[in-house]
Design a protein around this ligand. Structure first.
Ligand code: SF4
Ligand code: SF4
Length: 506
């Protein structure tokens, strides 16, 4: 057993209100400079929808992630090293600016500087890249927000295309007949990152101490193989510096015990950060299982129980500090992923072993029950509706469990049981243990899950090891965070992504 520690995130999709605060604060912190106008390290997509960049989930086109060979090994979907090098100057599997969007602003100065006259001044849209006027604006990073234009755009969602054959006309995009939810996305800081393996220059690396995946700006040669390799399309090319950039998990904040900016500012309080211990020796085998439906359980099998004395001893032997082990024991992320098993990985079929997991939304089911005139909080109604309302379940399964509906149904049943059980508690009625037993949990466990999902305080949602805080002074000397911390007053244009080249993995 080779124990390693990773900072991981869980997002509870039922609590995302689609406000985009996380995206805006992340952009202000990290990509508010020339060359990154089109870049959103954090973005929030409305699903069903095409996402950002458009149709990023279509791996037939983009060739991201890993595939399993007949002999059972993994290879990059983008092809052999030779093939990738052959594409270096004309890579057909690279999203263009129109797949992201043409970033734009408006000629606001016209509104105040126009001379007095009979005509009303207007602020035309202009490209943020070229400064040239834009005749029309046809797409943006958030164009289909709240199902805007869904009758035309949503059928092009790759998951909708995939399950259409099975469910046919049952997927409808007319108002009142659609289901929708929000999916906030950042880099997954994968255990088996395809971006790192794609990089011909060795510039991308996964930090040994906390698993954060970064780009060394000195080593990056701008080949953009990582952009193709990442199936989540979470590496971006800075056209001004000619280097790749990506979400850093706000490592200067994590290093001093603070949550990421997107977590800190999340209005819905739907993000959780914590430590996961895992067995690094199991990762490749877990990512290589034959049946895609086994990828979720196989990744679950890599995680180690931080309460197990044998794991603690092995972690100490691997050099993991007492503070990190203690943080792993209090990790809300571990509880949601492993203890209660209500969080699921995003597209495990990409075989990158992602480390940002999601609690699937129950709300499309609750809303459908309530709309039919029934009690949307009643356990019986909800259990029945989860089984009957196939479309959201099938859609969620394509998103989170490589199409296997069984784990998704199990999670939704657990969430429905928690809702129904806690309503009785909150109304002062007798606790109904049969509701908890129906999903294999006890009443106190459902109450603990409720505390975690519904009312957890800041310090319960973000358990970032205090050891980092204790080391803050040393870190500040090693990297001048006072100048560079993106949340502070960092100068526009400063490249912030290469603050710790000395801390890279072997
Ligand atoms: S999600 Fe992040 S770590 Fe995973 S492959 Fe993409 S850029 Fe790399
Ligand atoms: S800030 Fe939180 S609630 Fe708002 S869109 Fe982002 S993840 Fe959702």
């Amino acid at each position: 057993m080779r124990v390693m520690a990773q900072i991981a995130m869980v997002m509870n999709l039922d609590k995302c209100i689609g406000c985009h605060t996380c995206s805006v604060t992340c952009k202000q912190a990290w990509t508010n400079r020339q060359g990154t106008e089109y870049v959103w390290f954090n973005n929030v997509e409305t699903l069903p929808g095409q996402g950002y960049p458009r149709r990023w989930e279509d791996q037939e086109k983009w060739r991201g992630g890993w595939e399993r060979t007949r002999s059972g090994t993994l290879r990059l979907r983008a092809g052999s090293r030779l093939k990738r090098l052959g594409n270096i100057f004309a890579n057909p599997e690279l999203p263009g600016i129109d797949d992201y969007y043409q970033p734009w602003t408006y000629e606001y100065k016209n509104l105040i500087d126009a001379p007095a006259g009979d005509d009303l001044p207007v602020a035309r849209p202009v490209s943020s890249l070229t400064g040239e006027p834009l005749d029309t604006i046809e797409w943006g990073p958030n164009w289909d927000d709240n199902l805007g234009g869904a009758p035309r755009n949503a059928p092009r969602d790759p998951i909708v295309e995939k399950i259409r054959d099975e469910v046919g006309e049952r997927i409808r995009f007319e108002f009142e007949q659609s289901f929708m939810f929000y999916l906030p996305r950042v880099c997954e800081h994968c255990l088996n990152p395809a971006c790192v393996s794609s990089c011909p220059s060795g510039a991308m690396y996964k930090r040994e101490e906390d698993g954060i995946v970064l780009v060394d700006q000195d080593d990056c040669r701008g080949w953009r193989m990582c952009v193709t390799g990442c199936p989540y399309k979470k590496v971006y090319f800075n056209h001004s510096t000619g280097k790749a950039e990506k979400c850093t998990f706000c490592f200067p904040r994590i290093e001093v015990g603070l949550p990421t900016v997107c977590s800190e500012t999340c209005v819905g309080r739907m993000r959780y950060l914590g430590v996961m211990l895992y067995d690094a020796d199991k990762v490749t085998e877990a990512a290589s299982v034959e049946d895609e439906h086994d990828l979720y359980p196989s990744q679950l099998g890599c995680f180690l129980d931080p309460h197990d004395p044998a794991v603690v001893a092995a972690a100490k032997a691997s050099g993991i500090t007492h503070e990190w082990i203690e943080a792993a024991r209090r990790s809300p992320v571990y509880d949601l992923i492993a203890t209660y098993q209500v969080a699921l990985p995003l597209h495990p079929e990409y075989r990158t072993m992602p480390m940002v997991w999601y609690v699937p939304p129950l709300s499309p089911v609750v809303e459908a029950v309530a709309a039919s005139g029934h009690d949307g909080e009643d356990a019986g109604n909800l259990f029945g509706a989860i089984d009957a309302l196939r479309i959201p379940v099938e859609y969620l399964a394509e998103l989170l469990t490589a199409g296997d509906t069984v784990p998704v149904e199990a999670v939704l049943h657990r969430m429905a049981a928690m809702r129904a059980y806690m309503r009785r508690v909150n109304l002062g009625e007798e606790r109904d243990e049969s509701i908890a037993a129906a999903v294999g949990l006890t009443g106190p466990e459902l109450e603990d899950l409720f505390r975690l999902l519904a009312i957890a305080k800041y310090e319960d949602r973000y358990v970032v090891p205090s050891a980092a805080r204790a080391d803050a002074d040393a870190l500040a000397e090693a990297h001048p965070l006072d100048d560079a911390c993106p949340v502070g007053e960092a100068a526009p244009g400063r490249v912030l992504l290469n603050l710790s080249p000395t801390r890279r993995s072997a």
